[in-house]
Ligand binder design. Structure first.
Ligand SMILES: [Zn+2]
Length: 204
């Protein structure tokens, strides 16, 4: 018995290879008749290059962007975008231009929101800002900082986005994300950072 015949027997009747192609291969993407595409949800999300290739093939068949869009379940604007910018290079550059600067840490923020829409806070700082510090936790942070560094936090220490480059306190703040509250948070709660420092018992 040949190996192929053996496999066919193991699969049972009705699943034997026909012309060297198994039933599952026959219904694969390439063999699926036009207009009978599997619902997108059942497939893994295709990569950009997969889509660009599919769009290119349909465009060669003479389909208009709108028809290609229907066929692939994408918006016509997406089809045009992929045709114009197959590698995504200009989109990447644009996103780079649209980045904002995080008010918390000064890092670049997400650029995918469009022109002048870069978020004011990076994802990490946004999450940290949602953390609710109690007054006592804020005062404890001030005391901890003073204990570790020898002096209470100054504004630049806890607002590294506005600190000059190479500022030691700001660098420490950035190295320990989430450990220290932002100067603005403290100031909002206590009126100013120096008032909070005084409340922590460290006023001059
Ligand atoms: Zn940030």
């Amino acid at each position: 018995m040949t190996k192929e015949r053996l496999l066919a027997v193991r699969r049972g009747p009705g699943s034997a290879k026909v012309h060297g192609v198994t039933p599952s291969e026959r219904t694969g993407d390439q063999r699926r008749p036009r207009g009978r595409r599997a619902p997108a949800a059942t497939l893994d999300r295709p990569s950009r290059s997969d889509r660009v290739e599919a769009i290119g093939e349909l465009a060669e068949e003479g389909l208009a962007p709108r028809e290609i869009a229907d066929r692939l379940g994408l918006a016509p604007s997406t089809i045009r975008k992929y045709r114009r910018d197959p590698e995504g290079e200009s989109e990447r550059k644009r996103r780079e231009d649209y980045r904002g600067r995080c008010r918390g840490c000064g890092r670049a923020t997400d650029g995918s929101h469009g022109p002048s829409r870069g978020p004011q806070w990076c994802m990490r700082c946004a999450a940290l800002r949602r953390r609710r510090w109690s007054d006592e936790q804020l005062l404890d942070a001030i005391r901890d900082w003073a204990r570790l560094t020898g002096s209470p936090p100054a504004t630049y220490d806890w607002s590294p986005a506005s600190a000059p480059a190479g500022h030691t306190g700001a660098a420490r703040y950035l190295d320990e994300p989430g450990r220290w509250p932002n100067a603005r948070t403290v100031a909002r709660r206590f009126g100013s950072l120096s008032r909070a420092v005084a409340r922590a018992g460290l006023g001059s």
